[in-house]
Write a protein that binds this ligand. Structure first.
Ligand code: CMC
Length: 428
């Protein structure tokens, strides 16, 4: 393959290096272009821009491939656990048995929140959105551990093992603490003898009478959802984290930014939007056909469909489609909205509007249905996405902290007013 690209602008010719990745993806390196030609490149929404070289996650959207550190997502979902995959993302290799036990121990030890962080969470309005609480809670956590959030890269990197375990552990405690507070209930003591998800589910749902035995298939379904969300290369929230990290900010600040970016309905907020859409369709008595028509006319959007990168079935959606059947069976619940979801998928996959635009179900199409069946309130769905995505954000923070040399600073094409004379108040 070519290792240079030639660009002709007017009578000037520029020779640009071509970078090739380990999966043979290629990019034209324009980093010297402005210096040599005074021109920048323009790519609204960054759809065609590589912002970094990374070795965390590989996606081939046309083929529907997703791999963490070289391991296929379907194999990880079948054989691994969320914490094992988190270790893989953070450190680049699957852990030995001893390393995994050590990592699990570190994560469980950090489960409890420092009292001042719990106080800060309980001081937020009970009606506050859980994503707002999570972003604030992460900043408060950094405040409670000043020695871990120095903004001195060397020191923050030295503390990375503890910080990663602390954040992975406490994102679930922050989520459970706010949920309990919003229901005027005390947060129970975490039970570190339980699995990552078992402990989280009992912090969320256990009752004073001790009824906190969460069936194993339910714990496993949640673990799988977390694993499937753990990383997704340079998406909106991860790019935000990397952007913040590129300025030298510590992991707590970088992840708080990632949480805020994830909140939007076109990103992590889509899992909530899917349930809202399915409920509305159900309540209107439509079997999905009318909704599909209105989506085709641009009057509504089929939430949980389409993806900037996947132009094929999102491999995570395939796994979750099966998982949703199993989880609902284990819980013994039937869901009318699952039937609507299946019908929408069936119709959309045969409709030329969706076929031509290569719109397939994405990870959020089925995850909301499982989360609802597990008993999570809808406004917590995006927080659950954030808990899953935490190891990915941390891995990208680490990659930047270890290798990033430059602050990220895109340019723009200015389209505003040109120089205007300043008029005094009387003259305006
Ligand atoms: N329903 C109906 N039409 C759609 C949809 C949809 N869900 N998604 C895209 N289109 C149409 C869009 O109207 C456009 O049509 P036309 O060419 O006629 O103008 C065409 O498909 C291309 O769409 P786009 O908005 O340019 O595509 P994008 O790559 O900028 O957007 C997306 C990707 C995910 C924002 C978009 O597909 C969408 O809004 N989907 C629904 C929200 C959703 O499910 N988001 C979760 C993404 S997965 C979780 C994550 O990784 O964050």
């Amino acid at each position: 393959m070519a290792d240079t690209a030639n660009l002709e602008i007017g009578d000037q010719k520029y020779s640009l290096d071509v970078i090739t990745g380990t999966e043979q993806e290629q990019a034209v390196d324009i980093s010297r272009l402005r210096k040599e030609s005074k021109l920048i490149t323009f790519d609204d929404g960054y759809g065609n821009t590589g912002s970094c070289e990374s070795s965390v996650t590989f996606i081939d959207g046309d083929k529907g491939i997703l791999r963490y550190r070289g391991y296929d997502i379907a194999e990880l979902a079948e054989k691994s656990t969320f914490l094992e995959s988190a270790y893989l993302l953070l450190y680049g290799n699957l852990p030995s048995n001893a390393a995994l036990q050590e990592f699990r121990k570190r994560v469980s030890e950090y489960c409890e929140l420092p009292p001042e962080v719990l106080k800060a969470i309980n001081a937020m309005p009970k009606s506050a959105h859980p994503m707002a609480v999570l972003a604030s809670g992460l900043q408060a956590l950094g405040g409670a551990y000043p020695e871990f959030s120095t903004n001195d890269r060397e020191k923050d990197l030295e503390a990375f093992d503890q910080v990663a375990a602390l954040i992975i552990s406490t994102v679930r405690t922050i989520a459970a603490a706010h949920h309990r507070n919003s229901q005027d209930k005390e947060l129970p003591q975490p039970d570190t003898s339980k699995s990552y998800c078992g402990n989280f589910l009992s912090m969320m749902f256990s009752e004073d009478d001790g009824t906190d035995e969460i069936p194993e298939p339910v714990q496993n379904a949640l673990d799988q959802i977390f694993l499937l969300h753990a990383d997704h290369e340079q998406n909106c929230s991860t790019s935000t984290c990397r952007m913040i990290a590129s300025g030298g900010a510590n992991p707590f600040a970088s992840l708080a930014g990632g949480v805020s970016a994830l909140w939007g309905p076109l990103h992590g907020g889509a899992n909530m939007a899917v349930i809202k859409m399915l409920n509305e369709i159900h309540e209107s008595g439509d079997d999905g056909s009318n909704f599909i028509e209105s989506a085709k006319q641009g009057k509504s959007r089929l939430m949980g469909f389409g993806h900037r990168v996947y132009r094929n079935y999102d491999p995570r959606a395939k796994i979750l489609k099966n998982a949703s059947d199993q989880a609902l069976e284990a819980l013994g619940v039937s869901s009318p909205i699952l039937d609507i979801a299946r019908r929408l998928e069936e119709v959309a996959l045969e409709d030329s509007y969706f076929i031509q635009r290569k719109l397939y179900p994405n990870v959020d199409f089925y995850s909301g249905i499982i989360l609802q069946a597990l008993g999570f309130p809808t406004n917590m769905f995006t927080v659950l996405f954030a808990i899953g995505r935490t190891p990915g954000w941390l891995s990208h923070w680490k990659e930047i902290a270890e290798n990033g040399k430059k602050i990220h600073r895109p340019r723009q094409i200015y389209q505003g007013e040109t120089l205007r004379p300043y008029l005094s108040l009387e003259e305006r």
